[in-house]
Write a new protein. Structure first.
Lengths: 113, 113
């Protein structure tokens, strides 16, 4: 099993640019989570999808953030325009039916200059 | 959602010494409990889980944890640590039947020779 795959692993961009983070969940998993990890706030849930449908996006910080899951094997998290305070590590996780163990990807370290 | 407290932010320990990382959560309703480990520049890896059954749970790399419902705690232990155990450890809790996983702030374990 390849696990949850995230790309890119590192992203450096300038303020105002659009950033797209990508995630491929584990095959057979129908739930997907996006998290953000910062020193100040720890791990925060941004959005939760079940069967490709966003169920809970209450953690999305503002309108600059959007997430999509066009099919069961792919999701994107987009930030437009990016700001320095968006610098963080973004994790994707997946599981079955949203319950129990969540399996995490290696993360994308985003630096917005 | 649950609130999770990891009582120690940093734990320095000598190689081959025992270590205990403390975790308390807010509610005594039926819960799932997890410990994840994050090695430098990597994603979160599941160490162990409590879903039901025996309150003493064994995980990978010689770690174990004990679920104490009356004290709403799930402390992690290892009798003898190695240099390779240097990492950040996260306690996580969800109510059974709930997708939301609440994470503690993390405990950084530094093992010295």
């Amino acid at each position: 099993d390849a696990g949850v795959i995230q790309s890119p692993r590192h992203e450096v961009t300038e303020m105002g640019q659009e950033v797209t983070l990508r995630c491929k969940p584990i095959s057979g998993h129908n739930s997907l989570f996006w998290y953000r990890q910062t020193m100040m706030r720890g791990l925060e849930l941004l959005i939760y999808f079940n069967n490709n449908v966003p169920i809970d996006d209450s953690g999305m910080p503002e309108d600059r953030f959007s997430a999509k899951m066009p099919n069961a094997s792919f999701s994107t998290l987009k930030i437009q325009p990016s700001e320095p305070r968006d610098s963080a590590v973004y994790f994707c996780a997946s599981n079955i039916q949203g319950l129990g163990i969540q399996y995490f990807g290696a993360g994308t370290r985003l630096s917005v200059l | 959602a649950q609130s999770v407290t990891q009582l120690d932010s940093q734990v320095p320990v000598f190689e081959e010494a025992p270590v205990e990382l403390r975790c308390n959560y807010s509610s005594s309703v039926s819960v799932y409990l997890f410990w994840y480990v994050q090695y430098p520049n990597q994603g979160l890896q599941l160490l162990l889980k409590y879903l039901s059954g025996s309150t003493l749970v064994k995980g990978i790399n010689g770690f174990e944890a004990e679920f104490n419902k009356s004290q709403t705690s799930f402390h992690l232990r290892k009798p003898s640590v190695h240099i390779s155990d240097t990492a950040e450890y996260f306690c996580a809790v969800s109510d059974t039947g709930d997708y939301k996983l609440s994470f503690g702030a993390g405990t950084t374990v530094t093992v010295r020779a």
